[in-house]
Design a protein around this ligand. Sequence first.
Ligand SMILES: Nc1ncnc2c1ncn2[C@@H]1O[C@H](COP(=O)(O)OP(=O)(O)OP(=O)(O)O)[C@@H](O)[C@H]1O
Length: 305
Amino acid sequence: MQTSDPLAVRVRGLRKRYGNARAGYKDAVAGLDLDVATGEIVAVLGPNGAGKTTTVEILEGFRDRDDGEVSVLGDDPRHAGRAWRARIGVVMQDSRDMSELTVLEKVRAAAASYPDPRDPAEVIAAVGLAEKARARTRGLSGGQRRRLDVALGIVGRPELLFLDEPTTGFDPQARRSFWDLVTSLRDDGTTILLTTHYLDEAAQLADRVVVVRDGVVVASGTPETLGGPEARTPVVAWDDGGVRRTVRTDRPTAAVARLIAAAGPDGEVPGLAVTRPTLEDVYLSLIGEAPVDGINIDNQSREAA
Ligand SMILES: Nc1ncnc2c1ncn2[C@@H]1O[C@H](COP(=O)(O)OP(=O)(O)OP(=O)(O)O)[C@@H](O)[C@H]1O
């Protein structure tokens, strides 16, 4: 049964501290707010150690919190029982499943614990493991085991699916078919919260991207609007006597025309490039890292409007 609650996940002021007095403390989650609307795909991005997995494990009911309000499908995961658990699907970051069971046996066994499971054979085919259905799971490659994790996470027909770095170890083709699978789950009404380090994955799948740094949300928006219009302003770059110059401007054509006018008799502007910051550039800027191409959107010369 699908919930009619407009919010599948509501988190306010979440805090989790690890450590002890002797070794010292680490605020892994430091007052985090997060909403996930029912039917939405939200991608949580953030550098290593940002607090993504800790947050997701608290939402899944696998880890306790120190403070904050958490509601997942209308219940507090701290107190939720079996009926609640049957409504969520979980693909955790680390699975080291090396069992003697075959893929089909494992998925069937998992299906048996849910009230309204999907057909195990169909799920195995959907994750691209049909040819391995009768293979023992201990003989699977890393990427194949990850696909099995996904199969186990969705076989219970969850209303809300947690995917913690689901495509780590996938080859590019497997990643594309996984994206198709996630999109079809969303089309079926599944709400999905995923963590990923792949910006293209977030851009491809997410209705909304949430960036976490140092245990708090630093930005949230669609992949197209994250960081606000300022962050997406085009950058004109050129070589000026051996020095790389850049200018950010909403009117790149006019900037290029001025450069051409100022160029030598042949009208050539060496190294001319006009780029619009990508999701990756915006993300790197939000987490305080210079983007890969050396353009730091916080430190640009900004052209007068
Ligand atoms: N069980 C634990 N005991 C002590 N510290 C922990 C524990 N789990 C996580 N931490 C610390 O808490 C912080 C947040 O870790 P977490 O795994 O939530 O980050 P993450 O954003 O998921 O990182 P990654 O992208 O590497 O998976 C890190 O500094 C980590 O070292």
